[in-house]
Design a protein around this ligand. Sequence first.
Ligand SMILES: [Zn+2]
Length: 402
Amino acid sequence: MSHPVPDDLRRAVHRLRPDLDSLSIDLHTMPETRFEEHYAAEQLAGRLGAAGFEVDKGACGLPTAFTATRRGAADGPTIAVLLEYDALPGIGHGCGHNLIAAGGLTAALAVAAARPDHPGTLKVIGTPGEEGGGGKILMLERGAFDDVDAAVMFHPADRSLRARHALAASHLRIAFTGVAAHAAKAPWDGRSAAAGAQLFLTAIDAMRQFVPPTARLHGIVTRGGDAPNIVPAYSELDMYVRDATSEGLDRLLTRVLAAAEGAALATGTAFEYAETAPRYTERNNNMTMADRLAAHTAALGLDLEPPSASNPAGSSDIGNVSTRIPVIHPYVQICPRDTPGHSEQMREAAGTPQARDATETIATGLAALVLDLLGDPDFLAAVREEFRSSASASSDRPLDTR
Ligand SMILES: [Zn+2]
């Protein structure tokens, strides 16, 4: 089913295409990692300010966050377009956030240019630190979404999807502390923190067959010891624990920490842990908005597949926002199917003209959806109704389903 995109909006996006190209290439060649995205934030906020948006740089006490607000000609809802612009350490834009930034910006600028008298308020929220920093969660806690009725964004990927599930996730640092000793002259005086870390990882592997198929347990050893002839007194792991729901994640965390405790007990070491980022919740996709977006992109020749349980899921800080307001997080294909995310191949794809073509199309669809949300109260009411029923459905979900 297709839903037409107004011609003037389509033309407005197309007129912005040269800047979409130069900005997305610019950010691609200058990757900045989480909370260091000063150049990207400056470029984005600058363009919004020049277009007449009221810009708040360093919003929510985060130097690379911003909000940009444009009040329309009449009262109405506040609809937000979310931008991400952080890159991955070592890989660069292997998650394609340069396209999220340029495409989301283009959608918002096109609405402002084509319909300067739109009702309601159009808000662009620059959300830094998505890759492991939980920037949206910090901004959510600090009020950036308090006045927002619904929020939209998109993400580049190896397939085009209107929605997909995302896992609840906890990012942990787990440390073992032992006793240093000379590893040849008196090893019996030592207690190896590395042995604690090793046994912990073995316990995690032993657990794998007995966790739900939705669970993900993965980590790296960030510190083993200082020298092979010293019994390691300190070892550290950087780890993610994920599951389909926050309740499932809670149960899994209890077992992971019990494994760490057991490993410490067995090796005569001590363990401590800390969650190094805010906890990500699972994603509640608003399908009323996602289906309308798909109807718009169908009119532009882009098919956004309906969600399927077989699509692989990661985690994102949009999940936390989705517990508070209706959101969508659709995907647009920029590379061959099954190209791994967070890879050099994905980074190369995020810099191609084909990726920018796909970004122009999804930006056009998003602009049309934003206009629907601003100007069609019945549509927004349907979006809200779905959000209300899905939110109560998830809080009513029994805890012992698995
Ligand atoms: Zn991403």
